[in-house]
Design a protein around this ligand. Structure first.
Ligand SMILES: [Zn+2]
Length: 231
C-alpha cells in the first residue's frame, strides 16, 4: 500500500499534527490528516514521535478515564463496514491505492457513493462523518476541468488522493494537504493528463462568485439535506 511515494510538498502544520496525535481533532479534520499520513513518510515519523511523547506524558499523569476521540469512534465505525470484492473497473483500481479509511468509507467502490454533478467538470460525493460543524466530501474534477471560482466563508482542508490541480498560487499533487482560510478566493484547475480526486472538508459553506452556480449549489444542498438529517 505504501509503494506509491509521490512528492508531497504541502504538509499539515504543527498544530494539526499535535492535535491529531492527541486525538483532539474533529473527525473530518482527523480524516484529512490520516489521509495525508498515508502519502507522507515525513509526517508519519513526526506523528510517531508525537504519539510516543504523548504516551510518556500520559504515563506521568494520574490515571483518568480515557475519552475516545471523535476520530477513534469514526475508525471503529468504519472498521465494521464490509468492503465489497472490488469489481474490475477503473474506479475499483483507483480505490485500491487509496488510504484505508477512504476505501472503507467508499465501501470499496467509489462509484457506490452518491455523486452529484456541479457544472461540466466537477462531481461531489458527500461523506457522512457525523460532524455537524463541517461538510466532508470527495471531489472529482475532470482532467483539464476547473472548479468554479469561489470564496471561502470558513476554513477548508483539501487532500489530493489522485492527480493534481493548480490555482493562482501553485500546483498541488497527490498527498498534498492544502489549507484555505476564510475570505480566500481561488479557482482550482485539474491537470490535463488525468482526473483529479480530492478529499475536502469545509467548516462553512463556500460562496460561488457566479449566481447560476449559487443556484446549483443551493439545489445540491437541498437534495443532500434529508440524507444529513438522517445521520
Ligand atoms: Zn507530510
Amino acid at each position: 500500500m505504501k509503494n506509491i511515494i509521490p512528492m508531497v510538498k504541502y504538509h499539515p502544520d504543527a498544530r494539526f499534527l499535535t492535535d491529531y496525535a492527541a486525538g483532539s481533532l474533529p473527525a473530518s479534520q482527523a480524516l484529512c490528516v490520516a489521509t495525508h499520513l498515508h502519502y507522507c513518510a515525513l509526517c508519519r515519523q513526526k506523528n510517531r514521535e508525537l504519539t510516543e511523547l504523548g504516551a510518556e506524558l500520559f504515563m506521568q499523569l494520574q490515571p483518568a478515564e480515557v475519552d475516545h476521540s471523535e476520530f477513534e469512534r469514526l475508525v471503529a465505525r468504519i472498521a465494521v463496514v464490509p468492503v465489497n470484492q472490488p469489481a474490475k473497473t477503473r474506479q475499483a483500481q483507483v480505490v485500491s491505492i487509496l488510504p484505508t479509511a477512504i476505501n472503507k468509507l467508499a465501501n470499496g467502490n467509489l462509484e457506490q457513493l452518491e455523486w452529484r454533478r456541479i457544472g461540466n467538470n466537477l462531481r461531489v460525493a458527500n461523506l457522512n462523518l457525523g460532524d455537524q460543524q463541517r461538510e466532508t466530501s470527495l471531489l472529482s474534477i475532470k482532467a483539464g476541468g476547473h472548479v468554479p471560482h469561489h470564496r471561502h466563508k470558513g476554513d477548508e482542508i483539501t487532500v489530493i488522493l489522485k492527480g493534481s490541480f493548480s490555482d493562482h498560487e501553485d500546483k498541488y499533487s497527490t498527498g498534498d494537504f492544502i489549507v484555505r482560510t476564510r475570505g480566500e478566493t481561488h479557482r482550482p484547475v485539474a491537470s490535463q493528463d488525468q482526473d483529479c480526486l480530492c478529499l475536502s472538508t469545509l467548516d462553512a459553506p463556500i460562496v460561488m462568485s457566479n449566481w447560476l452556480l449559487r443556484i446549483g449549489l443551493y439545489l445540491y444542498n437541498l437534495a443532500a439535506a434529508p440524507q444529513r438529517r438522517q445521520a
